[in-house]
Design a protein around this ligand. Sequence first.
Ligand SMILES: Nc1ncnc2c1ncn2[C@@H]1O[C@H](COP(=O)(O)OP(=O)(O)OP(=O)(O)O)[C@@H](O)[C@H]1O
Ligand SMILES: [Mg+2]
Length: 288
Amino acid sequence: MVPRRRLPGADPSNLWGNAREGREVPIELQSPLERQARRVASGAEIVLEHVTRTYRVRRGMDVRALADVSLRVAPGELLAVVGPSGCGKSTLLELLCGLQSPDAGTVACAPAVLMPQLDLLLPWLSALDNAALALRVAGASRTQARARAAGLFAELGLEEFERARPHELSGGMRQRVAFLRTLLAGKPVLCLDEPFGALDAITRSEMQEWLAATLAREPRTVVLVTHDVEEAVLLADRVAVLSPRPGRVLAELEVELPRGGPGRVRTDPDVIALRERALSVLGMGARG
Ligand SMILES: Nc1ncnc2c1ncn2[C@@H]1O[C@H](COP(=O)(O)OP(=O)(O)OP(=O)(O)O)[C@@H](O)[C@H]1O
Ligand SMILES: [Mg+2]
């Protein structure tokens, strides 16, 4: 009988805060990426060096998504990645999560979980069972998984919606359930692909505040892909600006303001200046 694999962070009694203990997985049970991640150790959770990724679409037709991308992300840091549509942002996240391999260069990343661009909730499961899915996949019993997820519903403003099906939830609530599922995977690195892309401006703004507060309570290393430069500046420690395809890193902008602090508002002059700098790197210059 094949022994059941216990994934990092799979101890159902300690799933909320055990991301780092998750690395205590026996070495033989770790994926090559996880083994590689152990070697990252020296102060960075993610190291990409000269990464290139090309898709072979049809014979004789290659699409180069990323070219010579080098990035480092420290533990607990939130790196936002902005760039034009099709410049390889989703590809970058899939590389970090081990869903793809680079053609050239190296990717070293601690165990990472992807929140995909679409929320991909299962329509036949309740909100609670959707949120608990990662725990079930990791081997927790249904009762344990539900109990663990239920404890967090109120914290995420989802109380009383445990039994709702995804179609009965608002867009923002669906995103929160999807985010909860991502968080409960218990991995130290979260790769969030346009988590608020489909939301209206008001809900989006509420969700940004909610994400900042949640990460303040439950710190993780985060790579946040967004097409919204202002969102990047409001949420991140650093913003990597990518070129049009093939994506290359054009600039990395430090956001010096404390995350979640009073200065992180749209109207703050530093936020405005950084937003304009990122837009000008993108070739979109001062607007208006
Ligand atoms: N599985 C695939 N097979 C072939 N080509 C792909 C595949 N996935 C992505 N591509 C191509 O690679 C390029 C980068 O795609 P990717 O999805 O990473 O871009 P993106 O920056 O996330 O775009 P968007 O902002 O629109 O989500 C695009 O030209 C896309 O057509
Ligand atoms: Mg994408």
